[in-house]
Design a protein around this ligand. Structure first.
Ligand code: MSP
Length: 643
């Protein structure tokens, strides 16, 4: 049976990298789920934090030229500061360098040691520095760690081991008797299949000769604790283990959210550690897939990350949250693209939801003096809208409960489309012309407003700021509550409606805005806006823009063109080799441009310049008599699209 409180966690993130979209996604999921449970009346604690010990951190600190301490403080603060930008409000932010965490980890180690579940032995194995763990032969793909694309090192050393194997059968039984323990099911199956082989004991120490940045073993100071043994315990220390009311109230209702990269530590190491401590296992493990760019996982080591702060700056937190939750099917991988984000912003948010809301409220302001009218007798078409809105709440709850955020949102957007259609079918502007149709008009308005009220409830966990604006405009109290407010007909007649500011504002295409500097993303938004505003003839539509094939090209050779002072013949890779004649010879010597990555228009009709055929155009900026070639801020694959 569901208890009335829930304890939700994200992984604690390594501080060897700054926060990126992958970290943001898990944390947005956790925050959304937390808000959703609160909306259902639960008491919820949301915990996130940073994982600060281990090899990787020391290496990163060395790379940055600072001490590990200074380094972890700096990056941990970046994580902490990123979450509010995304409207994520953790109740607890834990760091593995917190003194209380260190004390608890040591107390646990001591206890497990005394209990006889930790022993000393020699071990030879294949160690992956990226994973910070020994890998089995089976896990390797072509001799390499599939996550880090590196061959592991063969290491032999003396170490301490946790008797994980002792708990194997207990774990199998627990997973079998608790179908919801690991979801989605594919990950549960993956874990069960892994457990079909005998489980090895877990090496839980590192000699201080190799690593000092860790928690010393309380019973042998020649060793520090293995990062995973240290890190997983954060879930206990964060709520005050071993004593305290917070711990006893919340441990049994813990739900961990992670991506599939850290399934094994969470689904195998962690429950066995808990069992050895005599603690109940966590309640649920929710496992999602990767955000990929192209075919590869977005990750710092691959250098293909998207920064959440930049996304928020360009689109706003609500749009980013909506996009990520709508686009990914929880459990499967998803590809990130800025185009898809723009599409969602323009189509789902500005067009569907934004329009429905502003059209409806504007009409109520204009034709009903900004008051919620009382509904008359409903007709078939009204009942249909009402039934769809009520059914939406059920579907929404079911899908949110099972972490199918994309399907929950799809159900809401179906009703948004239906409501937009309802406006067209009922043409309130025509009804308003005829005083005999007053009752019909009032009914249509009431049904629209009531549908909007239910929609507002559902989007609250996903887009909290938008929901607040919508609630205010509809004259509702600040506190949304799904348990009492999700029934049809609660909007009180005579309530006052206030015209909202645009929910998803479009950039003003007027002259003032045009002169303001804008980020690349804002520029794109401007273009999109123009597409919807045909009156402005100076602007091109997004479709027009998309016709231009902009790419990054790498100059592999350059030479002067005889008899021309202005032209250089460039051979570029984009990704195929092609010749482009560029009018840059007065400003660049051939040898200065070789190796540069520049932006080109790749689909210009070929033309001949001084007898040389040019296949494209290099973009450059002229400024006060000098010329500067366009460039990208970091090296990319030649031929990459610019969008
Ligand atoms: N410190 C460990 C976790 C210890 S938890 C007791 C760790 N840290 S991490 O910084 O590498 O974070 C991994 C997590 O970040 C993933 O499980 C996921 O939550 C998130 N993601 C990182 N990259 C991601 C994607 N490309 N896509 C989706 N999630 C990603 O592992």
């Amino acid at each position: 049976m569901d208890t009335m409180n829930t304890y939700i966690t994200t992984p604690i993130f390594y501080v060897n990298a700054q926060p990126h979209l992958g970290h943001a996604f898990t944390t947005i999921v956790a925050d959304t789920y937390c808000r959703y449970r609160r909306l259902c009346g639960d008491e919820v604690i949301l915990q996130t934090g940073t994982d600060e010990h281990g090899d990787k951190i020391v290496q990163a600190a060395q790379g940055a030229g600072v001490s590990p301490r200074e380094y972890v403080d700096r990056i941990s603060a970046m994580f902490r500061q990123t979450w509010p930008l995304l409207e994520i409000e953790p109740d607890n932010f834990i760091r593995t360098t917190d003194p209380v965490h260190i004390k608890t980890v040591q107390a646990i180690l001591q206890r497990v040691y005394e209990q006889g579940d930790i022993y000393f032995s020699e071990y030879s194995g294949l160690y992956c520095r990226g994973c910070e763990r020994f890998l089995t032969e089976k896990e390797l793909v072509d001799g390499k760690c599939p996550d880090h694309q590196q061959a592991p090192e063969a290491i032999t050393e003396q170490n301490y081991f946790f008797r994980m194997s002792k708990y194997q059968q207990w774990l199998i039984d627990h997973i079998n008797s608790h179908p919801e323990f690991i979801t989605p099911e594919r990950y549960r199956n993956e874990v069960l299949s892994f457990l079909r082989e005998p489980l090895e004991d877990l090496c839980i120490s590192r000699p201080t000769s190799r690593l000092t940045w860790g928690i010393p073993l309380p019973f042998d100071d020649r060793f520090v604790t293995y990062v995973w043994f240290d890190a997983l315990i954060n879930y206990l220390t964060g709520i005050g283990y071993p004593d305290g009311e917070n711990f006893s109230r919340n441990w049994a209702v813990a739900e961990h959210i992670i991506a599939k990269d850290i399934l094994k530590p969470h689904a195998i190491y962690w429950p066995t550690m808990l069992c050895c401590l005599g603690l109940a296992p966590f309640r649920k493990l929710h496992v999602h897939g990767y955000w990929n760019v192209g075919e590869t996982k977005m990750s710092k080591s691959l250098g293909n990350v998207v920064r959440p702060a930049e996304m928020v700056e360009a689109f706003g937190a609500d749009t980013v949250r909506y996009f990520l939750l709508r686009e990914m099917s929880f459990g499967l991988d998803s590809g990130y693209s800025a185009d898809a984000l723009l599409m969602r912003q323009n189509s789902d948010l500005a067009n569907d939801l934004g329009n429905l809301f502003s059209r409806s409220l504007t009409m109520v302001a204009k034709f009903a003096a900004s008051r919620v009218p009382a509904a008359g007798t409903p007709t078939e078409i009204d009942r249909e809208l009402r039934d769809a809105a009520v059914a939406m709440i059920d579907t929404y709850r079911r899908e949110m409960d099972s972490f199918a955020f994309n399907r929950a949102l799809a159900a809401v957007w179906e009703v948004i489309s239906r409501a937009n259609k309802y406006i067209v079918e009922n043409a309130p502007w025509d009804l308003a012309k005829d005083t005999d149709k007053r009752e019909r008009l009032d009914t249509v308005f009431y049904y629209l407003l009531e549908t909007l009220r239910l929609i507002t409830l559902t989007i609250e966990p996903v887009m909290p700021a938008t929901a607040v604006k919508m609630r205010r405009a509809l004259g509702l109290d600040a506190q949304a509550d799904l348990t009492t407010q999700a029934v049809w007909g609660l909007l009180a007649p005579q309530g006052i409606i206030t015209l909202p500011e645009a929910l998803f504002p479009r950039l003003d295409t007027g002259k003032k805005k045009k002169t303001e500097p804008a980020t690349a993303a804002q520029n794109t938004t401007k273009i999109m806006t123009a597409a919807e505003n045909p009156e402005d003839e100076n602007l091109i539509s997004f479709d027009d823009f998309k016709k231009i094939d902009l790419r990054v090209a790498e100059v592999v050779a350059a030479e002067k063109i005889k008899k021309s002072d202005r032209l250089l013949k460039l051979t570029v890779k984009a990704p195929e080799e092609r010749t482009i004649v560029a009018g840059i010879a007065e400003f660049y010597q051939p040898e200065q441009v070789v190796g540069k990555q520049v932006l080109i228009v790749a689909n210009l009709k070929p033309t001949k310049l001084m007898g040389v055929a040019s296949h494209g155009m290099v973009l450059a900026v002229k400024d006060q008599g000098s010329l500067s070639l366009s460039a990208v801020s970091s090296q990319v694959t030649p031929g990459s699209k610019v969008s």
